[in-house]
Design a protein around this ligand. Sequence first.
Ligand code: CA
Length: 230
Amino acid sequence: MSKKLILVIEDEEDILALIHFNLIKAGLRVECATTGEEGYKKARDYKPDLILLDLMLPGMDGLEVCNRLRQAPETKDCPIIMLTAKGEEHDIVKGLELGADDYITKPFSPQVLLARVRAVMRRRTQPDNQPDQGSPIEIHDLYIHPGRNKVVAAGETVELTLSEFKILTLLATRPGWVFNRTQIIDAVHSEGYAVTDRAVDVQIVGLRKKLGSCGEYIETVRGIGYRFKE
Ligand code: CA
């Protein structure tokens, strides 16, 4: 299998060098661009497997690049991870709405960078991450219909949103297993909904409420994420 190609669009030389070094070390191919215009052109010419896109760029900024990439037929399906600085939350939301897949806040560790890159590429190569259409999940007094956004909690039928259903299915298929927010975001992202860590917390609050007494099966693991009670 040929090596995956990552296009990095970043104007800060130090960060660009650091990313380049770590991606090459991880066995990936890397193309670099230091302006939005150059990045947009390279994205169309090289058709990379993933784009790391800085938001604060001279000239055409990252949001505009993201927008154009999503409009162009050659790049509309290319995964995009935004590189953002603290205080750019508003732009992050905008970027996700424009179709970016995820974001990483600077400064970040090489491990976080690689984990996000791999997670987004995995997600894109397995587009069918719909809930399993197989057998229903029965745990405690909760019954989860496969493939339907419907559960029976303590004898009561509960209607869930698609995101809530995906989160519940993810957690309930592996009771006792701790999922961090990134993993939960990966699981619910496919519907094009802008997911952030805070959004995950909001979804969990809503999910617990709808599940009534069964809501307590979703346990908070401080500083990490959530798990389903064993
Ligand atoms: Ca920048």
